[in-house]
Design a protein. Structure first.
Length: 463
């Protein structure tokens, strides 16, 4: 490690450990690296990545300023090949090309499969860009180079489990995620991966039991606790307990002491939007959430965040704010460099989805369908997971049902039911469609199946 003494290297190892556990102490450890060795290449690279991972534009701007000053000085030095690749990846991402950064880190991992930082950051890039195949194979391609007794091997299993889940290998993902948690009970990313496998299979009762058994390991003291509580809320909704979901929302997802971080606000928006789609009132929560998004004054940075801000504005009845955000992003597209990753994300997916959400909020359901149908097979390209993007897929289904687009609704429901047969939401939606079509026997059967499937989840919540 160039320009990095033993003290700084020890701080760097500590920072890596905290990063893999998603603990806030990673920031302190990263600062300690640079305090001990201000010209440490990997110390400065780590600091740059930390400024980017939260998708906070202000943090990214500050990180770019600091990193640019450092790279101006490092050119006279002799960084290693591995460090040069990290420098290139960090520079690309700081300049707005997250896809290029992920590509460079992929090449780095081929040459240096034991570089934990390259694997961890590359894995998050694959998540932020919705690239399921790379999310799986980036880690899978390095895994056999690691001895199973390595202290961080379990963390790699947790990453790999999430990649497997997003690629549809649910049984293998669950097995791998449980192995990760066995290595490190507080591996919140490994826990998160297992939770995703249950979500995608409709096994919400099992998911509730899994999270309840490990509350002390994931529910506090890490950057992922709000997101994992969001998953718990999804299980509660499937079990027919929206009140439980709202209690969790008030206690954890968004309240007076919330920091207003984008990653947490989007979880709050995604939950309230699902409640809106299901016809459940959220009261003044919408206004408070919209206020939190508005207070951020976000410039165009990450289209996935923009979509969730629009959800909050529409849910609060602030259509003008939602439309202003769309107009601002449209104007930005005309002046921004096309090479920016967010340019393509915004143009191809972000804006059509935002417009569809506004149309839905105005009761223009047919328009919402027309906007979402062309993009539904490329939603992944603006980031997030299948579970997160399902809010948009459900919006399309609900819009089709409300617009009387019966053929479209039937097709969407058939897709959902055959992919996830254990899901009360799907059967209740089918019952609604059957009611309108006069298929009373089919509607009754669908409601019965929904009730039967919800019962185990309700029992798990009660327990």
């Amino acid at each position: 490690m160039s320009a990095t003494d033993g003290e700084a290297a020890a701080h760097y190892e500590n920072a890596l450990r905290e990063l893999l556990f998603f603990r806030g102490e990673v920031a302190t450890a990263s600062q300690a690296v640079l305090a001990a060795a201000p010209k440490s290449v990997m110390g400065n690279v780590l600091a740059a990545y930390l400024g980017l991972l939260g998708t906070e534009e202000k943090d990214a701007t500050a990180a770019k300023e600091a990193f640019t000053g450092f790279t101006d000085c490092v050119r006279a030095g002799r960084p290693t090949d591995r460090e040069r690749m990290h420098l290139a990846a960090a520079t690309s991402w700081l300049n707005g090309d997250i896809h290029r950064a992920g590509h460079v880190l992929g090449e780095l991992t081929v040459a240096y499969p034991h570089d934990e930082l390259a694997l961890a950051v590359g894995h998050q890039i694959d998540f932020l860009t919705g690239d399921a195949a790379r999310l799986r194979d980036r880690v899978g391609g390095a895994l056999t180079a690691w001895p199973e007794d390595d202290p961080h091997y379990g963390h790699l299993l947790g990453m790999y489990a999430f990649g497997l889940e997003e690629s549809g290998h649910y049984a293998r993902a669950e097995e791998t995620g449980l192995a990760a948690v066995q290595h490190n009970p507080r591996d919140v990313w490994g826990i998160h991966a297992v939770v995703h496998t249950y979500e995608m299979q409709g096994l919400f009762a099992q998911g509730i039991r899994f999270l309840d058994a490990r509350t002390d390991d994931w529910a506090t003291g890490n950057y992922l606790n709000v997101h994992n509580w969001w998953h718990y809320c999804l299980y509660a909704l499937e079990a027919g307990d929206p009140d439980r979901a709202l209690r969790i929302y008030d206690a954890v997802l968004h309240h007076e002491e919330s920091a207003g971080l984008a990653m947490e606000l989007l979880d709050a928006s995604a939950l309230l939007w699902r409640l809106l789609l299901a016809g459940h009132a959220a009261g003044p929560r919408w206004t408070r959430l919209a206020d939190a998004w508005a207070a951020r004054h976000d410039p165009p940075y990450y289209a996935f965040n923009d979509v969730h801000a629009v959800m909050a504005y529409v849910g609060a009845g602030r259509t003008a704010d939602a439309e202003r955000l769309v107009e601002d992003r449209e104007a930005w597209l005309g002046r921004a460099r096309p090479g920016l990753s967010n340019h393509a994300m915004t143009a191809a997916v972000g804006l059509p989805v935002c417009r569809a959400l506004i149309a839905y909020g105005q009761g223009k359901y047919g328009q919402a369908v027309d906007l979402l149908v062309p993009v539904r097979y490329r939603l992944n390209t603006f980031g997030g997971s299948h579970a997160q993007r399902d809010a948009v897929q459900k919006t399309l289904l609900e819009a089709a049902l409300r617009a009387g687009r019966d053929d479209t609704a039937r097709t969407l429901l058939s897709e959902r039911i055959n992919l996830r047969p254990v899901c009360p939401y799907n059967w209740l939606a089918q019952a609604r469609l059957a009611d309108r079509l006069g298929e009373t026997a089919k509607a009754a059967t669908a409601r019965t199946r929904a009730a039967e499937q919800a019962a185990p989840g309700a029992a798990a919540l009660a327990h």
